[in-house]
Design a protein around this ligand. Structure first.
Ligand SMILES: [Zn+2]
Length: 169
């Protein structure tokens, strides 16, 4: 087993990679745990990775991922983005067929809010495209989070105190 840690801008990833599978601990601040605060999520996915919207999703409401994505946990979004990037890159690497499965779980009664456990059936055997898929998934997830930041900042500033800058010499 190999372990990797990444501190990304808004979240961190701890990956335990085995031959065929990987377990990922995805940790994010409680302020960013769902896509509810990022209304542009769907349009960001449509322009950057439209095929992710066709990935199958098994959720308790039986919603398609395209419907689910508007209001879902960010760890779950990352899981779908990662398996889609893995599939696309595997095909680009010359394989005729690619299928990956993922599962995201969390229990914020037992652990801190913002900790997700993601299981992916890609591992060391997928090293040829695993890290490229990971990098692209991190960048796209960051864009979704950043889109929420600008709205959040704007709303915060609407009724905020005047912002001032001073400079002394
Ligand atoms: Zn899903």
């Amino acid at each position: 087993m190999q372990n990797f840690s990444y501190n990304c801008q808004y979240f961190s990833l701890k990956i335990a990679q085995k031959k065929h599978t990987s377990n990922i601990v995805f940790t994010i601040s409680p302020s960013f745990v769902t896509t509810k605060m990022a209304p542009q999520t769907l349009s960001i996915l449509k322009s950057n990775l439209p095929s992710v919207l066709r990935t199958k999703c098994f959720n308790d409401k039986n919603l398609s991922f395209e419907k689910e994505v508007v209001k879902t946990e960010i760890g779950h979004l990352f899981e779908h983005i990662f398996i889609e990037n893995l599939s696309l890159l595997k095909i680009q690497n010359g394989f005729d067929y690619a299928e990956f499965n993922g599962r995201t779980s969390w229990n914020w009664n037992k652990e801190e809010t913002g900790i997700f456990h993601i299981f992916i059936d890609a591992g060391k055997e997928d090293d040829a495209y695993f890290f490229e898929a990971l990098k692209e998934s991190i960048l796209l997830t960051n864009s979704v989070i950043e889109s929420s930041l600008s709205i959040y900042d704007f709303e915060q500033n609407k009724n905020g105190q005047p912002v001032m800058a001073t400079r002394s010499l």
